[in-house]
Design a protein around this ligand. Structure first.
Ligand SMILES: C[S@@+](CC[C@H](N)C(=O)[O-])C[C@H]1O[C@@H](n2cnc3c(N)ncnc32)[C@H](O)[C@@H]1O
Length: 434
């Protein structure tokens, strides 16, 4: 049934991250080419609705939009909601970006105001640097975030305009550059400076020129899009929603989706919010939740769940055996911390898959990109576990394509102590709903 589907490698490729895709390189994302090929070859009817429940940087929603399909992208991390929203900015808006950025910069220079001593940017930045970055952010918020977007419990990120989102992404890029000394080769992690370390101090002129350069680059990428064959026309034909939502509790219209294309959070003990710490600090005045409680809600959270979770038969046989082996592993904290965080992962994943499956129309399809990993010497065969779990939620596996890659799990503890294969296996799993 999936013979016609064109599946290229879902591995991120720096060379392919040009234009818009390069402005917020997301280590967890799959390439535009991968999403584009799948959606083009899926035989979808005009008006088909596509869902990506773990939309990240918005690759699926962007590809769907360009092909003229309606789509919905969900993500719990507000940073990723803004990035996915920005990616949908219509090329016709390119003209406004540079003058807007210039106005925002001159307003920020003229009136920097005082900085809240609790401002989260102070974790990395010296006070004067943080004050100017915050002044830019305040001016984006004042000029572009309207009253419809604001509410008592924070900002309705779903209603943020494409222009505001784009300027926030330019600011994120500038902040990433500022905190570069605190990044390591591990793309999933940004550390805070130690008390004896100096915080980043950069002149206002450099900050302004980095921000302006990002906006210029984004404008150029949008203009290039406008010059492509369809002139970016499909942007206005399709209907795309980017929503901030938790897949374990989101309410989706039953049998409303034709096709799901997604890559669920990995089970590699990666805190998805850690890589976006500085962006979350930029957004802190817009958010009702703090970074810690956001981290707790994430699938793949590194925090121990606050409630007891029992293994469920719905998770499948392979998952049950893996969890039992993990619980009885001799190494420190296996039966405690690691067992409990893995239970949390599978519990949230099963809940989410049930919701995603319900939202699919009968006869609809779901393509999931899933990576395996190792816990010490134990193989966490997530592709097999996901296939079994999905079967228990009404989804039948029809095709599986495997790609080998160097993996982030290589950077985790245990790599040196235990004998296990290098890298990881990324599988593209294609399901259909009866
Ligand atoms: C593997 S990434 C998806 C990357 C995406 N395919 C792209 O191209 O950028 C998984 C995403 O799931 C999100 N996520 C984790 N837990 C979630 C939850 N409970 N509800 C919704 N999204 C969640 C993370 O923030 C992360 O962006």
């Amino acid at each position: 049934m999936f013979d016609e589907l064109s599946i290229v490698s879902p591995k991120r490729n720096k060379r392919l991250q040009t234009g818009w895709e390069g402005f917020f390189p997301y280590y967890a994302g799959f390439p535009e080419l991968f999403a584009n090929e799948i959606l083009k070859s899926a035989g979808l009817a005009e008006g088909a609705k596509i869902l990506d429940p773990w939309n990240g940087s918005g690759t699926t929603t962007y590809a769907a939009d360009r092909l003229g399909f309606s789509s919905v992208g969900l993500d719990l991390n507000p940073v990723m909601v803004i990035v996915a929203r920005a990616r949908l900015l219509a090329p016709s808006e390119a003209d406004h970006l540079r003058p807007l950025a210039a106005t925002i910069l001159s307003q920020a220079r003229a009136a920097q105001g005082t900085l809240d001593p609790e401002d989260r940017l102070l974790a990395w930045l010296a006070p004067e640097t943080a004050r100017f970055v915050r002044a830019i952010e305040k001016n984006i918020r004042r000029s572009l975030v309207g009253s419809l977007t604001k509410s008592a419990d924070g900002i309705h990120l779903d209603r943020i305009s494409g222009t505001a989102a784009t300027l926030y992404v330019a600011l994120f890029g500038m902040c990433r550059r500022l905190v570069a000394p605190y990044r390591s080769s591990n793309p999933t992690w940004l550390r805070c400076p130690k008390p004896q370390e100096q915080k980043v101090a950069v002149s206002m002129a450099s900050i302004a020129s980095w921000f302006a350069a990002n906006v210029r680059g984004m404008t150029r990428a949008l203009v290039a899009l406008q010059e492509t064959a369809d002139g970016g026309e499909s942007f206005s034909k399709s209907c795309t929603s980017i929503l901030r939502a938790n897949t374990t509790s989101v309410s989706l219209d039953p049998e409303s989706v034709d096709f799901v294309l997604t890559s669920p959070p990995y089970c590699t003990r990666i805190d998805y919010t850690a890589a976006t710490r500085v962006e979350l600090a930029v957004l802190a005045p817009l958010l009702a939740t703090d970074a810690k409680s956001l981290g707790q809600q994430m699938i793949g959270s590194t925090q121990v769940p606050g409630h007891t979770i029992a293994v469920s038969e719905e998770w499948g046989e392979t998952c049950g055996k893996f969890l039992e082996a993990l619980r009885s592993h001799h190494s420190k904290a296996s039966s405690g911390y690691y067992y409990r965080t893995h239970l949390d992962y599978f519990d949230k994943m099963s809940c989410s898959l049930a919701r995603v499956s319900k939202a699919l129309k009968p006869g609809g399809s779901a393509v999931l990109v899933v990576q395996d990993s190792y816990y010490k010497n134990l193989h966490n065969d997530l592709p097999v576990m996901m296939a079994e779990m999905a079967a228990n939620h009404g989804l039948t596996l029809g095709r599986r394509d495997d790609f080998h890659l160097r993996s982030m799990s290589d950077v985790h503890p245990g790599r040196k102590t235990y004998d296990r294969p290098k890298g990881a296996n990324e599988s593209v799993l294609c399901f259909s709903k009866h």
